[in-house]
Design a protein around this ligand. Structure first.
Ligand code: NAD
Length: 249
């Protein structure tokens, strides 16, 4: 019988803590992996993504892997994006395959459609050609592509999640100042519920790309229709729901 264990890499981060919280509330068996300690999670491995053996140990017994750990925005390619977002990605894909897990959820980003989003006003669909912002987003395009390869080659169900903006501490005022960013806000609560839906969506889903944002205020920048149709998930919140008021004061 397959195990029910869900491994979350990046479990100590902004999105990771929201996902851990939701999955524990839902009664799921959760293991974390991060280079930092994960608050409130007993089964938590501390290690680096660049350490293949540590990633392998964390994935042992997992049926679902939610891969969030990464440098979460543009940064120096050689010292940040290459080790954390590409070499780490390799180790997570291999560990997932070797563990015999059936589902991998990859955190991608709305930045893969950055230039379309800047230049058009329609809700961008997941099947449109990408236009990555820069190295970080281009590495996420690569992650989606190798995710598809693993799905086809190894029969793994892979969901690539193009996330909106779930602000890390100090980013809240940036979002408040930008109309498009408020439309792309992803509340911690919606993020948690999204990853629960992605983890537990029917395994018959093969390679799938979907967007995840909270409800827009001005314009629907990304098409959330496939997310609802395939994962049964819809956002419940809108900017600035879920943020403590003092961060906007
Ligand atoms: N927050 C957003 O708005 C947003 C938007 C789009 C995509 N994403 C993606 O979602 C994921 C999570 O982002 P976040 O905002 O929670 O970032 P975050 O920085 O808060 O969390 C990332 C976590 O990964 C861990 N990590 C990074 N490199 C590691 C390594 N080499 N080994 C072990 N652990 C490592 C960090 O310690 C951190 O706890 C990332 O893949 C990011 O690209 C986030």
């Amino acid at each position: 019988m397959p195990s029910d264990l869900i491994l979350i890499t990046g479990s100590a981060g902004r999105v990771g803590q929201a996902v851990v919280k939701e999955l524990l509330v839902r009664g799921e068996r959760v293991r974390g992996f991060d280079r930092l300690a994960t608050p409130g999670l007993a089964d938590s491995h501390i290690g680096n993504l660049t350490d293949a053996a540590a990633v392998r140990r964390a994935a042992e017994g997992a049926d679902v892997v939610i891969h969030l750990a990464a440098t979460p925005d543009d940064a120096d390619f050689m010292s940040e994006i290459l080790p954390n977002n590409l070499i780490g990605l390799h180790h997570v894909l291999e560990a997932t395959r070797l563990a015999g897990a059936r589902r991998l959820v990859l955190a991608s980003t709305g930045q893969v459609n950055w230039w379309q989003r800047e230049r058009t006003r329609h809700a961008i669909r997941p099947d449109e050609l990408p236009s990555p912002r820069y190295w970080y987003a281009a590495a996420k395009v690569f992650a989606e592509a190798i995710g598809q390869s693993y799905s086809e080659t190894h029969g793994l169900s892979v969901i690539a999640a193009r996330l909106g903006w779930c602000p890390r501490p100090g980013q809240e005022k940036e979002i408040a100042a930008l109309e498009w960013a408020r439309d792309l806000y992803l509340s911690p609560g919606d993020a948690g519920r999204f990853f629960y839906a992605a983890a537990r969506a029917p395994l018959a889903l093969r390679f799938t790309v979907v967007y995840a944002t909270s409800r827009h205020i001005h314009l629907p920048r990304f098409d959330l229709g496939p997310t609802k149709a395939l994962l049964g998930w819809e956002p419940q919140e809108q900017w600035p729901d879920g943020l403590p008021p003092e961060v906007l004061a």
